[in-house]
Design a protein around this ligand. Structure first.
Ligand code: ADP
Ligand code: MG
Length: 592
């Protein structure tokens, strides 16, 4: 056989690389904003149209590029930020891979105007699908302006894969906020379809937080500050009473890079411990400064994950610092300060075997086991049941008499999670939450088909303030929310008013339930092509279903079991998990 291996042309290699780096308009915005930061800009303007699909522009007043650099910047692995492999362990810039501009130019039409401080004229460059179409001197301000038009114009499959405008806009806002929070000393603006949504003037971190999330945050956050030999922590944490029903406002920056870390997240939540109302998440804006050689930021193409060399010490320090911040502001008066401050680690530990610092850490803690995440709590469900005895709850509408005789005998509840029962076929172990989710899902799906969901609780209108990202999401799914009975309308900006809720929504918890639906909606796989309404219905059912850890009386168990067996799809929860297990006589026999 003759030789068959060929080197891919650059344009193809760049397109492949682009698949990793540029997933959506927001990824391009992030890369361009980071480049502007790396270029020392102090004012960064972002302009998008059509949620970035047709037009994105980032204008900076940074150091600009020479004519040669302007041309080179679009080559793959072209970077001014590292020279040798060793530099990888001392990264202080946002970028270093030299892939972003090459990737963007491979999948879009790009125009760049850039001028060095020392030059009178700048350079203009046009590239489309990796091909340079124009390069000429031009008059332009100092700094760089990059315009991206028609993202994925040459990859229709990727273009079609983009989500709705509201959804892509939400991603853009999220990326914008992350960069803007990380650099409060710089000014940023974001203009969408001609409307300026953010105009953030340079200031301190607190001003930046209130600039983005509203002045209300002045009262809601307390500073956190800790200086240890291993790392420096700075920032703000939200007071427990303002904890969010969604995880949205948790910002962790390591050397000013936005990072997601369930491990550190756990350290913070753990420090809040019992202070948080059930099912809420603390807000935090945390900045960690650490020697770049002690971290590995190179493990993920979009760089939001990180590996710490000495994870356990970092966990202990962050947990302790959070506790101390809460204690200092009398949020937890009972804290033992002395113990919580004694966590400086001797410098000699660097480069030696990582050893546990003298702070109590739960050694058996594994952030990835379900147990750690599922703290038992009752969601106030007992109250609902107490109420339901004198005034029947909407959740259990079916009258016992109307049920066909299923001949299911209920024995009781086990582990506050399972209902034990039997029918003629064998023993039934029923998962109380999943069963209830299935029941609620089908009930509301039927109401929806009959357009009967208009039966809403009459509600005193509730005003709700969302984060910008959540407000976008609400706008995106508003029609579906209306369909299932959430009568919500926009008051302006990020403020909404809730006029009605679906039957089954517990009074007093309307706002919580709506927020929890958003959170659950965001966490559902975005890969599935499910109908929006179904997704929301699933989120709704899972939010208002009885949780584990709730004691059920016989009557309640009876209702759940019988209602489940009247469902069209009895065996599976709306998210595809088993609702019950049947152990036949034979199964039982084999156990003995
Ligand atoms: P990286 O940021 O990883 O180096 P990029 O592809 O994002 O890779 O950029 C390539 C190079 O182009 C950068 O290293 C930098 O020298 C230059 N560059 C990109 N954007 C700008 C900008 N806004 N101002 C000045 N130089 C820039
Ligand atoms: Mg870059």
């Amino acid at each position: 056989m003759s030789d068959i291996i060929k080197l891919l042309p650059d344009s193809v290699a760049n397109q492949i690389a682009a698949g990793e780096v540029i997933q959506r308009p927001a990824s391009a915005i992030k890369e361009l904003m980071e480049n502007a930061i790396d270029a020392g800009a102090v004012r960064i303007q972002v302009v998008v149209k059509d949620s970035g699909k047709s037009f994105m522009q980032v204008i900076d007043d940074g150091h600009g590029m020479s004519e040669t650099d302007a041309r080179l910047s679009f080559e793959r692995h072209a970077t001014s930020k590292i020279n040798q492999a060793n530099d990888l362990f001392a990264i202080r810039t946002m970028g270093f891979r030299g892939e972003a501009l090459a990737s963007i130019a491979a999948v879009a039409m790009v125009e760049m105007k850039t001028r060095l401080h020392s030059n009178d004229v700048g350079t203009e460059l046009e590239i489309a699908g990796s091909k340079v179409e124009l390069q000429q001197p031009t008059a332009c301000p100092i700094g760089t302006a990059i315009t991206i038009k028609n993202l994925f114009f040459n990859i229709p499959a990727r273009r079609n894969f983009l989500k709705s405008n509201a959804s892509e806009t939400r991603h853009i806002v999220e990326e914008f906020q992350r960069v803007a929070l990380a650099f409060p000393e710089k000014s940023f603006s974001l203009t969408q379809d001609g409307v300026q949504v953010f105009n953030l003037t340079a200031g301190n971190l607190k001003q930046r937080i209130t600039g983005i999330f509203g002045n209300g945050y002045n009262e809601r956050i307390v500073p956190i500050q800790e200086d240890t030999t291993i790392l420096k922590i700075e920032g703000y944490i939200g007071k427990p009473e303002f904890a969010k029903k969604t995880r949205g406002e948790q910002f962790l920056f390591v050397n000013r890079r936005f990072i997601k870390s369930s491990y550190i997240n756990h350290a913070i939540s753990d420090a809040f411990a019992d202070l948080l109302p059930p099912n809420t998440f603390p807000s935090y804006f945390l900045f960690i400064e650490i020697d770049p050689s002690k971290i590995d930021i190179n493990i993920h193409p979009t760089k939001t994950e990180i590996k710490f060399e000495d994870e356990k010490s970092i966990y202990a320090i962050i947990r302790a610092a959070t506790k101390r911040a809460l204690g200092k502001f009398s949020i937890t008066p009972s804290l033992d300060f002395d113990q919580e401050t004694a966590f400086n680690i001797p410098v000699s530990m660097y480069g030696t075997l990582p050893r546990q610092p003298e702070v109590k850490v739960d050694k058996s803690y594994n952030p990835f086991t379900a147990e750690n995440n599922a703290k038992k709590n009752t969601h106030g469900w007992e109250n609902l049941y107490i109420k339901s005895s004198d005034q029947p709850s909407d959740l259990f509408e079916v009258e016992p008499a109307s049920r066909p005789n299923q001949k299911i005998k209920i024995f009781g509840q086990f582990a506050l999670k399972y209902i034990l029962a039997c029918n003629s076929e064998g023993m039934l172990l029923i998962d109380q939450k999943r069963a209830h989710e299935r029941i609620l899902y089908e009930r509301h799906a039927k109401l929806l088909i009959q357009s009967a969901q208009a039966i809403q609780q009459d509600l005193f209108p509730i005003k709700i303030e969302f984060s910008t990202a959540d407000a976008h999401l609400i706008k995106e799914i508003e029609p579906e929310l209306k369909k299932i009975g959430f009568d919500i309308s926009e008051l302006g900006g990020t403020t909404f008013v809730l006029n009605g809720v679906p039957s089954g929504t517990e009074r007093g918890r309307e706002k919580y339930i709506l927020e929890a639906i958003l959170e659950s909606y965001k966490n559902q796989s975005t890969l599935s092509n499910d109908q929006q309404t179904e997704k929301i219905l699933r989120s709704f059912a899972s939010t208002i279903a009885i949780s584990y850890g709730v004691t059920l009386n016989m009557e309640e168990m009876d209702r759940i079991v019988h209602d489940l067996f009247e469902c069209d799809v009895k065996e599976w929860s709306p998210t595809g998990k088993k609702t019950f297990k049947l152990l036949t006589e034979q199964d039982l026999h084999s156990l003995f």
